[in-house]
Ligand binder design. Structure first.
Ligand SMILES: [Zn+2]
Length: 354
């Protein structure tokens, strides 16, 4: 698999040039004739949402990014992948024979524009802390399927036309974490047991330990061991808040993109990647990421103030050993995760057909 083009990268680990969605569209229009024929719908503010189909193989792979616009590594990974697939289709020919890719590089263009002030200054920690914008439940696109927002309706329409998918990836990220976290749908917990060991070994080789957070099944997040949890379920979020006698919050949760795809194909493998923008020193205790939780509490306290002082932020950096995960490396890990999960599903289906 070393010559596998989805794992090859044309940038180094030191790449730190985080693109905005607007730059991707500019590059796309410059390099791809009739780029606008790939527009599948529009955001609330009228920005185009692009969807691409590559390959013609029997296994359909959905790649989606951008639901949380404060997590720009997923979209950046797909921008580069799309441009490479367009530029070098011959390199991807073996993959395109086996797989068919449905790619939505950014499902939330308005959110990208709202986060532009810090994305263009990444990895500046102070501008991230002060200018990051996150949409809350009721506006959160990941929990808005099938039709909460026009962005959700756009993606759903594309998948209904081109799907169903056998594998669905929603590329996310964490603002801060102690290492890698991968979310897999419950249906694949047993099937991925040996595979998860392989994934863990590969991440440790890259210097990333698991982000080990056992939430005791809260909000439907089932713990599958250090670094692994089940994918989010809008239905479980709804039930959680109904149980807390909070029907108002419960009503803000709809289906996640994973639940939508599982509704179309119950056998689908669904994966959510969660790599940190900023890595935090790993905690010693099993199942409790103490450093991460403490940092979140400190940041929340700081959030009440206007702008944190530089020495305050520097204290956090040394106390929690906060380091940006280099963009080139983060994109490489995203692509590696995609390819390894494709292999998991392909091996499973190949074996079950024998
Ligand atoms: Zn996210």
């Amino acid at each position: 698999m070393s010559n596998d083009p989805i794992r090859q990268v044309t940038f180094g680990d030191d790449e730190d040039d985080m693109w905005l969605y607007s730059r991707f569209i500019g590059e796309l229009k410059r390099r791809v004739p009739q780029a606008s024929s790939h527009v599948i719908g529009y955001s609330e503010k009228g920005e185009p949402i692009f969807g691409f189909v590559f390959g013609g193989g029997p296994v359909t792979v959905s790649l989606l990014a951008g639901a949380h616009a404060d997590e720009p590594v997923g979209p950046n990974t797909l921008y580069r992948l799309i441009l490479e697939m367009h530029a070098n289709p011959d390199d991807f020919a073996p993959l395109f024979q086996r797989f068919r890719f449905l790619v939505i590089p950014h499902v939330n263009p308005d959110g990208d524009a709202a986060n532009a002030p810090w994305i263009t200054r990444w990895p500046g920690l102070i501008s991230f802390i002060t200018e990051m914008k996150r949409e809350l439940p009721g506006r959160d696109i990941e929990f808005g399927y099938p039709n909460m927002r026009p962005e959700n309706r756009t993606a759903t329409g594309f998948w209904e036309l081109e799907g169903p998918a056998d594998i669905h990836f929603s590329l996310h990220g964490m603002q801060f974490s102690e290492g890698y976290l991968l979310l897999i749908n419950d249906e694949w917990e047993d099937r991925s047991r040996g595979w998860r060991k392989q994934f863990d070994a590969a991440m440790r080789k890259e210097g990333l330990e698991p982000h080990d957070h056992d939430r005791g099944g809260e909000k439907g997040f089932k713990y599958m061991g250090p670094g692994f949890t089940s994918t989010p379920k809008g239905r479980a979020m709804k039930a959680f808040f109904l149980e807390k006698k909070d029907p108002e919050t419960a009503s803000r949760f709809h289906l996640s993109s994973m639940e939508f795809h599982l509704g179309c194909n119950p056998e689908a493998l669904c994966v959510v990647t969660e790599f940190p923008l900023f890595k935090v020193r790993p905690s010693a205790r099993n199942g409790v990421p103490e450093n991460y939780l403490e940092l979140k509490r400190e940041l929340e306290k700081m959030g009440a103030k206007q702008r944190p002082k530089e020495d305050e932020v520097n204290r956090l950096v040394s106390r929690y050993d906060i380091q940006p995960l280099p963009l080139g490396k983060a994109m490489r890990l995203q692509r590696y995760s995609i390819r390894l999960a494709m292999k998991l599903a392909d091996d499973y289906h190949g074996n079950s057909q024998k």
